[in-house]
Design a protein around this ligand. Structure first.
Ligand code: TXA
Ligand code: MG
Length: 344
């Protein structure tokens, strides 16, 4: 199969992609968070192709993308007022809401659950494609399962060239980490995955928010959990990743003590001089956390090289978007964190 590469700037991109979706094909779509691998979310056979292309476990449900917030009512029932408040404030944008699913949504899409995750993405071309297709688009992040997510069309082609019908190239994703997922089927609402919409922003609207244990710790893969996707090893390059916490100086001292040839350092731009002899790679500036979220997956992909034995990574502290960056890096490191202050 020849994978068609459409430019988001081409007015024909959305109609061509919409036709492929209607005919049951796979289109990789740009969003503000990461690129998704999209198919008609109401067509079981089309959805099955997503699982096959990604090598994704069948019990891991997909997010249903809609062109307009009002479409929530077509696919969900028992919608609490909080869902409307969140949609009004944060859609189109990097927020996914979990609600009870209507029967029209196939079990293939929901991974057998009675709930569905729904999101209205910000990308204009993607929403236009969904609107023209006339169906909601189920789309997980477009990476091969377990690997770092895709934040450029080049990442998508690296993983799927020749195996999907098309990709729409909308440039690099601005947020760079996947959407925030909030489950509104219980009270208080539960944060299943942190992202571009921060826990602080959610709490402002919801009043109260429970943080799911899958956000902060490694989950036993045999366990039944709220967000099935969160229990699998994720975002990880081939090498083992170790997060080194503590002050700049102590962390650099720790890394220099244990660094071996073939290891790499993933750090903040401000820290590059400290690691000049350790083959460092920066993923953004500590002083601007949005550059870190935008650069993280590209960096993890560069480090996904079987020649690399270990990656020592620096992780931003604090809440807001940093909370999402911490979550992805900790998952990539399988929660292997050393405190340089205590270890030295
Ligand atoms: O930013 C994003 O959300 C991107 C773009 C493409 O929209 N999509 C994305 O999809 O990150 P994916 O499949 O990589 O992650 C979706 C997560 C998985 O962990 C999955 O288990 C969870 O959402 N999920 C989906 N439906 C769910 C549901 N009904 N209940 C709980 N978790 C759900
Ligand atoms: Mg994913």
């Amino acid at each position: 199969m020849n994978t068609l590469c459409l430019s988001a700037a081409d007015p024909q991109a959305a109609p061509i992609a919409a036709k492929i979706i209607r005919e049951g094909g796979l289109v990789a779509i740009p969003t503000e968070t990461v690129y998704g691998l999209g198919a008609n979310g109401l067509d079981e056979q089309a959805v099955a192709k997503i699982f096959e292309a990604k090598g994704r476990p069948q019990d891991n449900p997909l997010i249903l993308h809609v062109a307009r917030p009002e479409e929530m009512e077509r696919f969900c029932h028992h919608i609490p007022k909080e869902a409307y408040l969140l949609a009004e404030k944060f859609w189109p944008g990097p927020l996914t809401i979990v609600l009870p699913a209507r029967d029209i949504v196939p079990k293939r899409t929901t991974g057998g659950l009675s709930t569905v995750a729904i999101r209205c993405p910000a990308s204009e071309v993607t929403r236009e494609m969904i609107r023209l297709a006339g169906v909601p688009v189920a789309a997980p992040s477009a990476n091969i399962s377990g690997k770092p997510s895709t934040t450029t069309a080049q990442h998508v082609l690296h993983d799927h060239d020749g195996r999907i019908d098309a990709v729409i190239d909308g440039g690099a994703c601005s947020v760079g980490v996947e959407s925030t997922i909030v489950d509104l089927t219980e009270k208080p609402a539960r944060l299943l995955r942190p992202g571009g919409i921060t826990p602080e922003q959610l709490t402002e609207v919801l009043g109260e928010l429970t943080i799911d244990e899958a956000v902060t710790s490694q989950i036993d893969p045999t366990k039944v959990v709220k967000a099935p996707g969160m229990k699998y090893r994720h975002y990880a390059p081939a090498a083992s990743v170790v997060i080194v916490s503590g002050s700049r100086e102590k962390a650099a001292e720790y890394v220099h003590r244990y660094f071996e040839p073939g290891d790499r350092v993933l750090c903040f731009e401000e820290e590059l001089p400290l690691y000049a002899d350790c083959d460092p790679l920066s993923y953004g500036r500590e002083s601007d956390v949005n550059t870190l979220s935008a650069g993280l997956f590209d960096a993890l992909r560069i480090l996904d090289d079987p020649q690399i034995h270990r990656v020592y990574a620096r992780c931003p502290e604090g809440g807001g978007v940093a909370y999402a960056v911490q979550n992805r890096l900790k998952k990539a490191a399988a929660f292997h964190i050393v405190d340089a202050e205590a270890a030295l």
